[in-house]
Design a protein around this ligand. Sequence first.
Ligand code: AMP
Ligand code: ZN
Length: 511
Amino acid sequence: MQLKLYNSLTHKTETFTPIDPENKVVTFYSCGPTVYDYAHIGNFRAFLNADVLRRTLEAIGYEVKQVMNITDVGHMTEDTLADGGGEDKMEVATARLLEAKKSGTLPCKLTIDTNDPLAVAEFYASAFIQDAKSLGIRMIADAEKNPELMPRPTQYIPQMISMVEILIEKGNAYVASDGVVYFDVESFSKYGELSGNTLDALRSGEGGRVNMETQAVKKNPADFMLWKPDKTHMMRWPSPWGDGYPGWHLECSSMATELLGEVIDIHSGGEDNIFPHHECEIAQSCCATGKDAFAHYWFHTRFLLVDGTKMSKSKGNFYTLRDLVAKGATPAAIRLELIRTNYCSNANFTMQGLKDSQRQINRWRRLANWLCEHSETKIDENGPMQMARNKFIATMCEDLNVSGAIGFLNEAVSAYSVDSAPKSGCGRATLHDEFLALQEIDSILGVLDLTDEACAGDLDVTKIDCLIASRLTAREEKDWARADEIRDELLGLGITIKDGAQGTTWSRTVQ
Ligand code: AMP
Ligand code: ZN
């Protein structure tokens, strides 16, 4: 099956072809959170859609190597300006927490050193990881095994310095009279290709904002910062241009190249990352590597809104996962609510929507439990859920049409009446096969966690049938010891067997 995906670089829906089609490995870089506070559910909409993309790729047979950075330095408060203005978000947060500590308003659960931005970053990074894990973001499990997959910029300073050196050497960057190293946008003819903020558009004032304060020292107002010498910055490192810190855009270019290669398959982020962040990443990476492209597919999630306005920290109109869980919402319902609107459209967050998502999940879960309970029941070939599974995956491959795919799932759910016992069919399939199909659907949705023991969805019917057949052979051979051994093995799997006139039947052991 082939995935069709909207590529923000080409503004077209394209058939996804990886760089390495032979090995079916996909390299995927996701711009992660800046850890100066708890992430809100708007941030999580971007991360969750990247997760749905990853899960869809995995469902159609790809292996996905995903990296998500945790930004702990260099993300400025004025991040809509190409070269970043204002102050470092991490340092502002550190000062705020220190102030709160002095005035006794620091929440007691924050047991961090409030004068150390890295300690603040680590605190919010682990909160992010905890939240992302409860929302079922798959790459967290990878990063637990291999922490390199969640890199922190502060651990990649030498790689960033060497990228700046390469850019200066190639004539794509320069040291200005204020000592700052800037990227020379005129040196990269494709600047503006992603966002439409071409140099002409920027010059005429139609494009994104540029920092006019630094205009006097820059060759072009759109030139952006790669390295800023600053002896007052709390987090600073020695460099050929003086003690200072890296530009935010440089961080992602450098870490992506280091961990995934010079050209990657997919790069994701929220829509506000398009300009300046990703536009600048493309310029730096292509110039440093000399390649035509940095990422082949650019995947951007549109904003989560509240009452028609972007959910954001600065507007104060946000919820964190923790806020919603405290109000009684489940992470599964929050996940579904954040993924069910296609990533290319804005989604409006409401508490009513969250309740509807929970109702959906309850219905699916009831069916999953019922299928488990009756897993041995024979049905006609190709039950409704197995048919739905194929349509579900095919619909997800249509540019992640989650709501259309859920429509097929719900059709299959409606085919069953979970309040009564199932009718037996005469095919070789069982309701366990239906359960497995639902499990496959949920491997993309990620809201039911059907490997959960409580759901008992891990019954291996083929194995049970084989054990029962071996026991029959043992009995025919009067090998009673072996027959008893097999019965005990089945008991160990939670299965009780009964010998009757119709042969041996089995059921789940009642606790
Ligand atoms: P930050 O922690 O500010 O670096 O943001 C993390 C990610 O969340 C970025 O990819 C942003 O584009 C994304 N983001 C921020 N606000 C929203 C929102 N309201 N809806 C969707 N994505 C968002
Ligand atoms: Zn980034």
